[in-house]
Design a protein. Structure first.
Length: 165
């Protein structure tokens, strides 16, 4: 059985842990979180329940064009007032350079990429959080006088968040 089939079987037994009539697409805490797709990070690690926040995930918790698009929808259409950017220790994007990632994937795929791909590899997690905060704050539609933006590092060994200033 494939992993997708396993997930489909589990879904047959799944029961919502919330009443869908009480949950709005508008986050109750007016919070949007941009974080890594890493399996060790979850809404539970942030003390968030269903309906509390928008969780936007990508490899590295990077402020990409698509992440900005999602954050803008979250703020302007769904009422979030705070953006939280979370990177984490032991991130896979810290384990290889951009060039090494391209070389490895091209070798495994057997062909070069047919469109440009940027992985946003980095070596210093705190510096990367600062870079993501800067990129987000520089967007003309991200009005820092009405949106609070803060950055954090999730320590995978302890589960604790550390704010980056």
């Amino acid at each position: 059985m494939s992993s997708i089939d396993t997930a489909l079987e589990a879904n047959k037994l799944f029961a919502l842990d919330y009443d869908p009539s009480l949950i709005s697409p508008r986050p109750r805490l007016h919070l949007a979180v941009l974080t890594c797709m890493d399996t060790r990070l979850s809404r539970r690690a942030l003390g968030l329940g269903p309906g509390d926040a928008h969780l936007i995930r990508n490899a590295g918790g990077i402020v990409t064009d698509d992440a900005i698009r999602s954050l803008l929808v979250s703020h302007y259409l769904l009422g979030t007032q705070e953006f939280m950017i979370i990177n984490h220790t032991d991130c896979g994007l810290m384990k290889a350079t951009e060039e090494e990632l391209h070389r490895t994937i091209e070798q495994r795929a057997g062909i070069p990429a047919n469109s440009p791909v940027r992985f946003h590899a980095f070596s210093d997690v705190e510096k990367n959080v600062r870079e993501q905060l800067r990129k987000l704050a520089e967007h003309s539609w991200v009005r820092t006088e009405t949106i609070t933006i803060r950055g954090f590092v999730f320590e995978v060994q302890t589960g604790n968040l550390r704010e980056v200033s």
